[in-house]
Design a protein around this ligand. Structure first.
Ligand SMILES: [Zn+2]
Length: 227
């Protein structure tokens, strides 16, 4: 699912868990799609440590433990997870929804509230710190879309190596036919990311029907098989 991109912004989240430089698998990496714009790290004392610059695994794990009590329970918090408001500049015309690739979604407050009034569950809009040059700038919220559930094991490559024992990295590309594992999906959310592939954003049928009913333009849906 994605939304047509009309506005333009140059912004980043305020805080990041760093990427890791792993001596076991030899890979320097950070993951995409793990974003918690509603989580505030301003009370942590080591502000300069929460940048995306890669660090050794032990240092990453130390920083992750500082963040864990502030993050939602059971959040995986892989290297590269970001937190806090989007800070930067924005210009142009934003639709009810604007997505940046598969990574993040901005919504007008009004569009979000109308979806919630239609009974769409689990939408969390977080404030942004985007500066517009023009007057009467729109109030844009970033959706905190959390990873839940997983892809069905049958659609994963059969020769998938196990995760790295030190840093936990699993290297795989999105299968051509991605299938959701029904038993793993959340029952009470109409919008979420796939837990083991967080750049795939899933809206339920209820979400899609509400978008169509309210005639909110810009979102493209593609059906994902599930079993
Ligand atoms: Zn590793």
């Amino acid at each position: 699912m994605w939304a047509r991109f009309k506005g333009d912004f140059d912004a980043a989240h305020k805080w990041h868990l760093p990427g890791v430089k792993c001596d076991t698998c030899g890979v320097t990496w950070g993951s995409a799609g793990h974003q918690y714009p509603g989580v505030d790290l301003s009370q942590l004392s080591e502000q300069e440590s929460f940048r995306s610059r890669p660090v050794p695994v032990a240092e990453f794990e130390r920083l992750r433990e500082l963040v864990r009590p502030l993050a939602p329970p059971n959040a995986k918090l892989p290297p590269g997870t970001s937190f806090g408001p989007l800070v930067g500049t924005a210009s142009g015309k934003f639709g009810p929804f604007t997505s940046q690739g598969d990574i993040l979604w901005l919504a007008h407050r009004d569009a979000l509230e109308r979806l919630q009034a239609e009974g769409v569950r689990g939408l969390l809009g977080c404030r942004t710190e985007l500066r517009f040059r023009k007057k009467d700038a729109p109030e844009l919220l970033e959706l905190q879309i959390e990873p839940h559930g997983r892809l069905h094991p049958d659609c994963m490559p059969p020769d998938l190596p196990p995760p790295c024992v030190t840093c936990g990295r699993v290297g795989f590309r999105l299968p051509e036919v991605a299938t959701l594992d029904v038993a793993s999906l959340p029952m009470d959310l109409d919008l979420f990311r796939v837990g083991n592939f967080a750049t795939v954003i899933v809206g339920t049928e209820r979400f899609m029907e509400a978008v169509h009913h309210l005639e909110l333009p810009g979102i493209t849906f593609r059906e994902l098989p599930a079993r």
